[in-house]
Every structure is written in C-alpha cells, then in structure tokens.
Design a protein around this ligand. Structure first.
Ligand code: THU
Length: 136
C-alpha cells in the first residue's frame, strides 16, 4: 500500500535527523516516491570546503537513480534551522533542475510543515519555463 502524505512527512523528518549540516545548521530531509511505490530518502550533507555540499533532494534522487529508478511521482521536503521546522523549506534552483531531468510537469512537490500542514505544488509551478531534454 502506498504511503499517505502524513507518513511521507514523517519519513522526510526521519531523514532530516540524519542531516550533516555543521556549517549552516539547517537540517533538510526529503522523501522521493517512485512510480513503483518505493521511497528513497535523503538529507543534506555539507562539507568544510562548502561547494561539495549536497542538498537533501539531490541525495534522494542520486540514491534512487543509482538503484535503477527513473520514474517518480512525488517528493516531500522538510527542513529548518537546527532541525526545527518552522515553515516550508523549498528546494533550491539546482535541485529543481535536477528533479526536472526525471520528472514531468505534473510531478507533485510537497513542502511539509507538519502532518496536517503540507503545501502541494507541481514541477511546472516550481520551475516554470524550464529547460529539459525536450528542448534539446
Ligand atoms: N538545502 C537543501 O538540503 N535543500 C534545498 O533545496 C535547499 C538547501 C541545504 C543545503 C545546505 O546544507 C543548507 O540547506 C543551507 O543552505
């Protein structure tokens, strides 16, 4: 049975607790759902040299693609300073573009604040006028 949005929120929160974020102290977690119902999680992993740091969303998509998954239906993203969620923590521009590589306009993007406060968006909304393989 597929996960409910509130279960997905809790899964993303568990991933957020694994964040390695000693520099920004912003903890971020993501839970990416594949079209077969499997779920891949990710957290942000920072680095002393700063630029090698990776966001939670790209950790999740890297895990999934490296396991052979390429078709996704939705993602839940949560985050907050010191791991305390006070509002939405939307994906950065780089993560939006990386998601776009594998996700169509109707891919669902959720920003979780609590189990019963989840913002629903689509790929097209968060990355309008996007550049993708379709433009090549
Ligand atoms: N971060 C994410 O994990 N996801 C995003 O899309 C926004 C930013 C992380 C990167 C960095 O470790 C911290 O949040 C502060 O930018």
């Amino acid at each position: 049975m597929s996960m409910t949005d509130s279960q997905l929120f809790n899964t993303a929160c568990d991933a957020m607790k694994k964040a390695y974020a000693p520099y920004s102290e912003c903890y971020v977690g993501a839970a990416l759902v594949c079209d077969d119902g499997s779920v891949y999680t990710g957290c942000n992993i920072e680095n002393a040299a700063f630029t090698p740091g990776i966001c939670a969303e790209r950790t999740a998509i890297s895990k999934a693609v490296s396991e052979g998954k390429r078709r996704f239906t939705k993602i839940m993203v949560v985050g907050g300073k010191d791991g305390v969620i006070k509002g939405t923590f939307p994906p950065c521009g780089v993560c939006r573009q990386v998601l776009r590589e594998f996700c169509d306009d109707d891919f669902e993007v959720m920003f979780g604040v609590s189990e019963d406060n989840i913002e629903h968006h689509t790929m097209k909304e968060i990355l309008p006028f996007s550049f993708s393989s379709k433009d090549m």
